[in-house]
Each structure stands twice: as C-alpha cells, then as structure tokens.
Design a protein around this ligand. Structure first.
Ligand SMILES: Nc1ncnc2c1ncn2[C@@H]1O[C@H](COP(=O)(O)OP(=O)(O)OP(=O)(O)O)[C@@H](O)[C@H]1O
Length: 460
C-alpha cells in the first residue's frame, strides 16, 4: 500500500520487473512519454515492449542480462530523451529476482545542453574573430622587426611605454609610425582604455573644434541634437594619438596647445570644464624644426610634443626588413584571398633591391595588387610596374661601374664578362632551390647551369 503510494507519487518513473522481465509495478503517468496508454503495461514483458519498439532499449532488460547497476539514455518514439537507471535485486541464494528502474525525462536539460554547446561553439568562433580583428588592428602578429634599427625602436618603446611621457614619432610616410604608436599604447598601463587616433590632416579646419572638443546640445548648427563628445574626451584614461601633427594650421595649434597643457576641455556651447587624463603620442613626416624656423609651427607646441622623439627610418635605411616584409605580405595576402601565388626568384630579387619610397605601405599595396591582378601562379618581373623595374635597373647600372673599377680601368671584355657571369651565377645559386629554377632564372639550359656551377665552384 505504502510502496504503491511512493511509486505513484514519485517524480521519476519507477518500474519493477520480475526475473522474466514482466512489469509488476510502475507509476502511470510517466508512460505517456513512451507513447503508451496507462494500465496497459502492468503484466507486460519488457521484451515484448522492446519488440513493439515502445522501449528501445529497455533498461530492465539490460539489467536482467548484465545483472548489475546500469544507466542509459533512451530516445523515445515521442522524441523525448530519458535517462534510465536500473538496479538488480538478488535473493539470499544470489538469484536475480527483481529489477528496479528509475527513468527521468531529460529532454529539456538535453536541449539546454545542446543549446549551451552550440552557444559555446559560437562564442569560441566570435572570440577567434575578435582576436583576429584585434590583432590585425593592433598589428600584433604582423609586426616585422628583423633589422637592428627596428629592434632598437621596439626596445625604446618598451622602456617608455609604462611612463606617461609624450612621444613624438618622426619619419617618412608609410614607415609604421601609427603602428608603433599603437604598439606603445598596447604596452602601456592604459592598454584597456581607448586609443584615439586623430588625423590632423583630414579634419576640416571649420570642424576641428567641434571634433576635438565636442559640443553641447543645440550649440552648433548642423550638429547632433544631443550634443557630442569630442575626440579628446573620448581619449579620457587612454591615449590620444595626434597623427600628421605637422599639417595642423597655426590657428588650431594654439588651441591644441592650450588643451595639451591644461588637460581640460570645455565643449562648444558648454560652461563646465572637464579634466581629461590622457597620454599623448604624436607623429609627423614633416621636419617640425624647419617648420618652426619658417614660422609654420609653434615653438611652444613643438617643445610640448618633442619630449621623447623616436625616429622611424625609411625601408631604404633598414634593408634587412625588406625580404621578410615581402614574404610576410605575400603570405598574408594569399591567406586573405585564399590564393597560392608565388614570386619568381627574379621578381623577389627586383623587389628586394627596390628602394620603396612609399615604404611599408607601398610594399603592402603592391603585393596585394599583384596577387589580385596577375592570373598566373608565379609573378615574374614583367608583371611589375615599370617604375619599379626601371628604378632597380638604373641602380644596377650604377653598380656595374664598380666592376669597371675592380678591373683597375683596364677595358678587358673577356674578364669583365666573366666577372658579371660569376656574379649572376652566384646570385641565382643563392636564390634558387634547384638547377632547373636557376636555368629559368638565368634564361639558359639546365645542363649549362651544371657546367657553369662546376666552372665557377670556387667563387660560390
Ligand atoms: N613593422 C611592421 N611590420 C609589418 N607591417 C607594418 C609594420 N609597420 C607598419 N606596417 C604596415 O605598414 C602600413 C603603414 O604603416 P603606418 O600607417 O603605421 O605608417 P605611418 O608611418 O603612420 O604612415 P603615415 O605617415 O602615412 O601616416 C600599415 O598597413 C601597417 O600595418
């Protein structure tokens, strides 16, 4: 009587079978999940129910076979997921006489679990995407620093990053001033705070104040009705990076100097002054000292910015970085467009000897353009813009002068040609992986390559 009540009122489906698998007791309502009418199960064999496909499999049948505690997950005909646990009961002689099983509908938990796992997968995907974007934006993984000069700059950045000193990056266009500025912010204590980049050359003079200082509602014709936070305010607690500072008109230089000194801003149309805490980094490709002498740049602003100047050399001054930058951008662009383009060794040779007046930006853009516009799998010198091949040829022409010098002024054609040949063979030998590649590079047959390698072996 009590046992019946316990079984009837249990939240779990309790089923007791005898040693033959005949259901002796069970609670009624739970059978609905198996798509079975109440009252039809008592006295029925679990083997029969299995045969009819109503239980697949039956936990009691498994325990009868295994004779030990067992737990399984069942998928019912009604699409439910049920966790069933079965226990064997033995008599004094050790014979299995009963099986008690508990079944619990886990469909909702199962669904939640699946949703949770799906969400976890999505979050992981988004995380990777965000990390990728962040890395790209911060230039982390793509930071090439092979030459001593770049290594030295990185060291200096490391030394000054944790201070609040103002840094002025100097150097020609496209050398990586903005990239270094970000790297510096990333190594500073402000890394979690905003890095606000202001390109002083692109903000129109008429909008400069509203962009920099922000404005209160209604104070500015054509402005946002709610007013707007200025760039300096956005940099609060973080880093304010003033790029192309040399482009700032004199009138605005005075206004900027005031805010840099006081670190206070008042929005246009506002009454309240706000204290802003930011670290200042500036960059320019202009000669600020010369501009000061010419009266184009304020001396006081120059002093304010020129606390720790860091000069970034052009690629021409750090040639060691060129080959690795070429390889890096080739790989990066191939990954970006899912291509497998290669540079023929002779193209690589031309590119490593080019002076790159537009520096890393020019190199990056050229490689992207080549990968996108050349249909062939390998990029040859004939695919390069004339400006590049022409410039490199001219350089090489001037270097041939040294051969003449080496020959002490004697015009010995045979020796001169031999010297040039040795130089070319040595170059090809260094750059090519096989004699076939060398033959292609030099425009001669492969047996000729073998012959010449033998002939000049002591020069290689
Ligand atoms: N060390 C480096 N390794 C790899 N890529 C770099 C490196 N430095 C800069 N770059 C890349 O070169 C390009 C130009 O860099 P950046 O914009 O920082 O130059 P910049 O000196 O600030 O140019 P500008 O004076 O025109 O503003 C960017 O695409 C940047 O990712």
């Amino acid at each position: 009587m009590e046992l019946n009540k316990i079984i009837e009122t249990s939240n779990n489906n309790i089923t007791i079978t005898d040693e033959k698998g005949i259901i002796l007791r069970s609670n009624r309502e739970h059978w609905a999940i198996y798509d079975m009418q109440p009252d039809t199960y008592i006295g029925t064999s679990v083997y029969q129910l299995e045969k009819e496909g109503l239980l697949s499999p039956s936990i009691n049948a498994i325990v009868l076979k295994e004779k030990k505690f067992t737990r399984i997950m069942q998928h019912t005909r009604t699409g439910r997921v049920v966790m069933s646990t079965g226990y064997p009961l033995f008599n004094k002689e050790g014979h299995l006489v009963r099986v008690i099983s508990y079944s619990q509908d886990q469909t909702e938990i199962w669904k939640l679990q699946e949703q949770y796992e799906e969400l976890q997968r999505k979050v992981k995907g988004y995380q990777t995407e965000v990390e990728d974007l962040r890395e790209k934006e911060l230039g982390h993984h793509s930071f090439i620093a092979r030459s001593n000069q770049t290594q030295q700059i990185l060291k200096t950045i490391q030394n000054v990053a944790k201070t609040d000193a103002t840094i002025l990056f100097l150097g020609p266009s496209g050398v990586g001033k903005s990239t270094f500025a970000r790297a510096l912010h990333n190594q500073s204590n402000r890394i979690k705070e905003p890095f606000i980049e202001v390109n002083c050359s692109t903000i129109p003079e008429s909008l400069f104040e509203s962009e920099i200082f922000g404005y209160e509602p209604g104070s500015f014709t054509g402005g946002n009705k709610q007013g707007r936070q200025g760039l300096i305010e956005q940099a609060d607690s973080g880093t304010l990076f003033l790029d192309e500072i040399g482009e700032l008109p004199l009138a605005l230089q005075a206004k900027l100097l005031k805010v840099l000194q006081e670190k206070k801003i008042k929005r246009i149309g506002g009454k309240k002054e706000r204290l802003i805490n930011f670290r200042l980094i500036a960059a320019t490709n202009q000669d600020l000292e010369k501009m000061v002498n010419e009266g184009k740049f304020r001396l006081d602003l120059y002093y304010r910015l020129n606390v720790i100047p860091i000069q970034i050399p052009s690629l021409l001054e750090r040639k060691e970085d060129i080959p690795i930058l070429i390889q890096h951008y080739l790989q990066k662009t191939n990954d970006k467009y899912q291509t497998l383009k290669k540079l023929h060794p002779s193209t690589y040779e031309v590119l490593t000897h080019y002076e790159w007046p537009g520096n890393i930006r020019e190199l990056e853009n050229l490689i992207e353009r080549l990968i996108l516009t050349i249909d062939e799998p390998a990029i040859y010198p004939k695919h390069l813009p004339l400006a590049i091949t022409g410039a490199v040829e001219q350089n090489e022409d001037s270097s041939s002068f040294s051969i003449e010098q080496e020959l002490n002024g004697k015009q010995d054609l045979k020796k001169t040609l031999e010297k040039i040949e040795i130089q070319l063979i040595a170059k090809a030998y260094k750059q090519c992986k096989t004699t076939y590649e060398m033959a292609d590079y030099l425009g001669i047959s492969q047996p000729s390559v073998i012959y010449k390698l033998k002939k000049y072996k002591e020069h290689l």
